[in-house]
Structures are given as C-alpha cells and as structure tokens.
Design a binder for this molecule. Structure first.
Ligand code: TXA
Ligand code: MG
Length: 314
C-alpha cells in the first residue's frame, strides 16, 4: 500500500514499520527510540538479532543523539558526503538501544539523500532502517519490490527507483585507520582524498566478520543461480538464463540479454531489479560478464562485492 510521507511519519510515531525510499535501496523504517518497533523490523525481515541496524538521520546535527564522537574526520565526511550513501561507524552513547547495535559498543549512522525520506525524518525523528527485503533476498530498489516481499498491504512511500541501487559504503571511524567494512558508491579513494589520509579499502575476511556482523550472512541472493559468464557468450543464449553484459560488443538481441555498454552506474542501479526479474520469469541462471579491474571505475569494488556475495554457495 502506497502511503504519503505524512501518513508514514504518523505510522512510525505509533510504533509501526514502513518502507522508505533512499538513494541506495529501500529501507524498513522504525522509530530509533522504540525497542518494540525495532524488534518488529527484525521479525519482519527474519533478520538474525546479532546483525545491527543503521540509524538514519535528518542531518549531522542529530549525530549527538547517538554518539559523542566529534572529530575533524566526522565533520569533513559529513560536510562532503551527507546527505548521501555513506554510513559512519562511531562509538555509541550509552542511551542507544541495544537492539539497534546488537550489543556492540558502536553505532552506524547515515543521512540518506532522498527528499521524501529527509522530509519524513524531519517529521518523525531518527529511524533505524535495514534494507527492506526479507533477509538474504536482493535489496529492493523500487516500491513494488517491498510489496513483493512484505505483501500489498504493507505501507511504503513511493519514492521512485533508487538512483544508486546498491547499499551505502560503511566506514569504520573507530579503528586507528578509517576502514571500509562494506564497499559502496563512495570509494576508498574519494574518502581518502577528503580525509587526507589512508583509508583501508576492504578488511580481511575474519576481521570483517568480527567488525561488521552483517557481512557474515548470506546476502543479495535471488533464487536463480548467479555465476560469472565463463569465456565468451554461448550462441544462441540459453533460454532459461539471464545474461548481464557490459562490454558493449554483444551481437545478441534477446529479452534475456542486456548489455550495459561500459555504464557501470546503470548496471549497479539495475542489478537487484534484474535479479528479481529473473526470479519472476522463472529463469534459473544469471550469467554476469566478468568485471574489469576495479581501479577503472569507483563503483566497481562495490559491484564486484555484491555480485560475488550473491554468487556464493547456494
Ligand atoms: O544503503 C544502505 O545502507 C541501506 C539503506 C536502507 O540506507 N541500508 C542497509 O542496511 O543496507 P542493512 O541493515 O541491510 O545493512 C547494514 C549493514 C550491515 O552489514 C550491518 O552489519 C552493518 O551495516 N552495521 C550496522 N551497525 C554496525 C556497527 N555498529 N558496526 C559495524 N557494522 C554495522
Ligand atoms: Mg540488507
């Protein structure tokens, strides 16, 4: 059920959970001060309780409700990238609910760049918002995806298609050197330039599992099996497979072959929708053309990360 921003704010204030648009993916918003509403989010998603949530803020001024951490790095990053697809991990205040942080001593904060959701946050205050998919499924990038996962009666604000299409960059500012826990649209190079210091691009596997609990779990998966396209594309294309290409020299024109012709931002924007489309059409395989070296385009580390995770053990 599509609801207005005003209706969504009143639902959130009364303890309900609502689908909200952001520039990355749709989120499942609950009042960040209401432990019952937050618990409802975990139940709805089927999310493990040890996977903490991101708190969404209207502006940097709201950081002080959740963290006393005030450093030049925080100011530089929020001035440059907020509202935007950057989540900061900061030491948490004692008052922050344990259900948000899953008992960690840090809290994840971001201000999303979407007019509807910024208006919502102004009306109802900070909300927790994990991606609005059932746990393990691809994140939703359109309101219909949220309804597909939670039913037609579920309240969601229609903010159109998400501009970026993959989740925010998660940056840990509590370690000695700022470290990316989840790559996103904002790259290590961009962050490093703004901070004038090194930013660790992606942590080692075991470190990652320890620091960012969410990364332990299966993610972003359609029912179709996601695979890197081995070698050149078979001719003609298999009928029950979706082919996601980007080299721009595909000679095939079929409904199940799509070539992004070097436009990696568009590929990122469409990726989860294509995953969901493949499932709806009953296609059982998704072949993705191997990506070029990640240094070629700032979104490639994030794109590679999501595709590899969705191609993980089935
Ligand atoms: O773009 C996004 O970030 C979207 C939109 C809705 O804002 N949200 C999103 O939330 O992707 P979710 O819950 O699907 O992913 C949050 C990630 C998880 O990997 C989680 O483990 C990590 O952030 N996280 C949350 N709090 C953390 C903390 N205190 N320390 C380390 N990682 C944390
Ligand atoms: Mg998620």
């Amino acid at each position: 059920m599509i609801v207005s921003v005003k209706k969504a704010a009143s639902l959130i204030r009364s303890g309900d959970v609502v689908g909200i648009p952001t520039e990355t993916v749709y989120g499942l918003a609950a009042d960040a001060e209401n432990a019952m509403a937050i618990r409802k989010t975990f139940e709805l998603k089927g999310r493990p309780a040890d996977n903490p949530l991101i708190v969404h803020l209207h502006s940097p001024a709201d950081i002080s409700k959740f963290s006393d951490f005030k450093t030049d790095d925080v100011s530089l990053l929020t001035e440059k990238f907020w509202p935007g697809p950057l989540t900061l991990i900061l030491p948490k205040k004692n008052s922050v609910l344990d259900s948000i942080t899953s008992g960690l001593d840090t809290v994840a904060l971001r201000s999303p760049a979407h007019d509807d959701t910024l208006a919502l946050l102004k009306q109802c205050g900070p909300v927790t918002a994990p991606s609005a998919n059932r746990s393990g499924r691809p994140s939703p990038t359109r309101p219909q995806h949220v309804l597909d996962d939670f039913g037609d009666d579920f309240p969601v604000i229609d903010g159109g298609e998400c501009e970026i299409g993959i989740e925010s960059t998660v940056l840990d500012l509590t370690s000695e050197e700022p470290a990316i826990l989840r790559p996103g649209k904002i790259s290590a190079e961009e962050l490093s330039e703004v901070l004038s210091k090194k930013v660790a691009p992606e942590p080692m596997q075991e470190n990652q599992a320890h620091k960012s609990p969410g990364t332990r779990y299966t993610h972003y998966k359609p029912s179709a099996k996601v695979m890197w396209l081995p070698g050149r594309m078979n001719s003609p294309a298999e009928n029950d497979a979706l082919y996601i290409l980007h080299s721009g020299n595909s000679a095939h024109s079929a409904p199940n072959v799509i070539d992004f012709n070097g436009d990696y931002n568009s590929l990122a924007r469409a990726l989860y929708d294509l995953y969901r489309t493949a499932d709806r059409k009953g296609w059982t395989k998704i072949y993705i053309q191997p990506l070029p070296p990640v240094s070629i385009h700032p979104i490639l580390p994030a794109l590679k990360n999501r595709i590899e995770r969705s191609a993980g053990n089935h």
